[in-house]
Design a protein around this ligand. Structure first.
Ligand SMILES: C[S@@+](CC[C@H](N)C(=O)[O-])C[C@H]1O[C@@H](n2cnc3c(N)ncnc32)[C@H](O)[C@@H]1O
Ligand code: SF4
Ligand code: SF4
Length: 327
């Protein structure tokens, strides 16, 4: 039977990487365009590539870049018929900017996918002028924009404060900031308490020793102090992540210490668990999810439910847990 698909992420996202702009952040490769000169971005090239992917999905063809992705959705017959009669090509405003052009970091996590995917890559352009230009040319949806920082470490991104000031200036109130918490960043205090916004800290440990083994830096206490300070000075949602790393923190005792710590700090949610991508997303080999991993997920979910803490796992992780293995 004929099927037609669409992807919301494709329509609204610009994901800035060191050498390209992608149209999403997905567990699949994801479509996008290579950029040689970031001082002269070709908007037409971006639009026409988005259009090409959109058309393939509409025809029910999954482009190779989207293979394995869990984000595209089937169109209802009514929606499909509507697209056939819609003569004007829809050009959506940018509603999601992913800042990911910097890979430098002040930390040394054993699992770092940046280190794996972008070894030796340095930041080769400034994003601020591009963001200013996008605002000036009215390409950004100022009401709905989500600004997300992935990258390396925000503390090592020199233009971080200037970028945040630009987003604040345009009243952006929806942020996702992924960080390690090692350095205190006062500019984060201004993020409001919009429930869609959050600062996510991958703590991955509940004690100094494990933190050191995973992060490569002996700064557990300092990180906890920073988090407590940010918690009292900011109304933003602060989330904790625990990446399960084989033979380092894949045990219930460590997880319980981490959960108790989150509870003690207070106002930390959601709590999310992730499995090291080196065993899943980034691995060509089959990784059968061990039984004790399931126990860890259950422990976290029960703890959160008993303590009224929001618990979350990503759609990708949910799918591999249901399957029992990464492939
Ligand atoms: C690449 S990081 C960059 C942001 C920031 N430096 C940080 O670590 O939070 C983006 C997200 O991917 C997570 N991540 C990195 N490597 C991973 C891995 N091997 N397995 C699972 N998550 C990983 C990080 O914890 C973070 O939430
Ligand atoms: S279907 Fe997946 S890979 Fe393709 S554009 Fe959407 S989010 Fe990206
Ligand atoms: S904090 Fe993030 S970018 Fe830095 S080493 Fe750890 S995972 Fe990599």
């Amino acid at each position: 039977m004929f099927k037609s698909y669409y992807c919301e992420k494709l329509e609204k996202t610009l994901h800035f990487l060191p050498d390209k702009i992608k149209f999403c952040c997905s567990c699949a490769q994801g479509p996008g365009v290579e950029i040689k000169d970031f001082s002269n971005i070709n908007k037409e090239q971006i639009e026409s590539e988005k259009k090409r992917i959109r058309k393939l999905l509409e025809k029910g063809i999954i482009p190779p870049e989207c293979t394995g992705c869990v984000e595209y959705k089937e169109k209802s017959l009514k929606e499909y018929v509507q697209t056939l009669f819609c003569k004007k090509e829809q050009i959506s405003l940018v509603k999601h900017i992913i800042v990911d052009h910097y890979k430098q970091c002040d930390c040394k996590c054993v699992y770092c996918s940046q280190e794996y995917l972008y070894k030796g890559v340095t930041q080769n352009y400034q994003l601020l002028p591009i963001i200013k230009q996008l605002y000036a040319s009215k390409m950004i949806d100022e009401i709905e924009l989500k600004a997300e920082f992935q990258g390396g470490g925000i503390a090592a991104l020199k233009e971080f404060d200037a970028l945040m000031k630009e987003f604040y200036k345009h009243s952006c109130n929806d942020y996702v900031i992924l960080m390690n918490g090692i350095k205190y960043m006062p500019i984060l205090e201004k993020i409001g308490c919009n429930p869609k916004s959050h600062i996510c800290i991958s703590l991955d440990a509940g004690c100094r020793e494990t933190f050191f083994k995973i992060k490569g830096l002996d700064v557990f206490e300092q990180t906890i102090e920073n988090i407590k300070k940010l918690r009292s000075n900011s109304s933003a949602h602060i989330a904790f992540q625990y990446i399960i790393v084989k033979d380092l923190n894949d045990n219930i005792d460590e997880l319980k210490k981490f959960l108790e710590l989150a509870k003690e700090i207070g106002g930390i949610e959601p709590i999310s668990l992730e499995i090291d991508y080196r065993n899943t997303l980034l691995s060509q080999e089959k990784f059968v999810i061990p039984e004790h991993y399931y126990e860890m997920f259950n422990t976290a979910e029960n703890f959160c439910s008993e303590n009224g803490i929001w618990y979350m796992i990503s759609p990708y992780t949910r799918s591999i847990l249901a399957r029992g293995s990464n492939i």
